[in-house]
Design a protein around this ligand. Sequence first.
Ligand code: SF4
Ligand code: SF4
Length: 312
Amino acid sequence: MEASQELKHQAQALGFDLVGICSIQTPPHWQAYTDWTDKGAHASMAYLKDHIPLKQDPRNLLPTAQSIIAVALNYNQTNPPQPGYPRIARYALGRDYHKVLRAKLKRLQAWLQIQRPDSQHRACVDSAPIMERDFANLAGLGWFGKNTMLINSQRGSWFFLGILLTSIEFQPDPPAIGGCGTCRACIDACPTGAIVQEEGKWQVDARRCISYLTIEHDGEIEPELAQKMGDWTFGCDVCQEVCPFNHPRDSQPLRAPKSKEPDFLKKKTWPSLKELVVLNEKDWDQLTQGSPVRRTGIAGIKRNAHINLDNM
Ligand code: SF4
Ligand code: SF4
């Protein structure tokens, strides 16, 4: 079997839903990303701007890198709202994806190391300065929707991305091609109007995005935006929920399948909003062990829960 086919076979055996390869290059959206941060649209996430020079060339992370392996892991599951309880984005319902994805990528890396003992690798899971979506697009995993998510025409957009830089030169895949056409469902459905077009390109203004506001933003949330947060306590899935590529249909029955990953499917049980606003540090610490929700901190979750209660 050809080396890249063997690699893909191995990645699928490890549970990845999608895998593709591209060669080392400057990410195509690097300049647009620089412009986006120059405008301040990254809000208070200063690290996004600080990392721009590193993001221009993946060899800043692995000088011997020759190929980029992009993988995707599906996290889709049903998530109906429960009145009076926190509404958490689907990606954060189960175990922290950083741990799950990294463990699988490390196993793929270990397998490569056995095949080619002289090779070097670096696994990146949303923690290294690299433009994952650009490389996943180049590796054929999906195309950019107007909501800026990477969309796979067959699978939808409910997946995490991981990158494995490798010094091994693999045959690259063709980039993914596709588009939204005239659809604008996510733009119309976004509660805060965060999906905006500038110079013909669709972008998310983090300053208005509920995902940013509920997870990354410190301090008060402007009343106008807080009201529009509705019942979202951590993250927001609206622009993915309304996307037609995330809905199976007769001609595409396999579209947007449910995740098979036990670590994601095992949902954490959350206290009610009224219990959340009076939670103590010890209980918060216990409650959020191994959960992505920990990122927002106890002050953040209490602020969000108060807003949800006001919005009820
Ligand atoms: S995550 Fe929510 S707030 Fe952010 S762009 Fe999507 S729909 Fe809008
Ligand atoms: S909802 Fe429509 S416009 Fe938005 S990303 Fe999906 S296909 Fe594109």
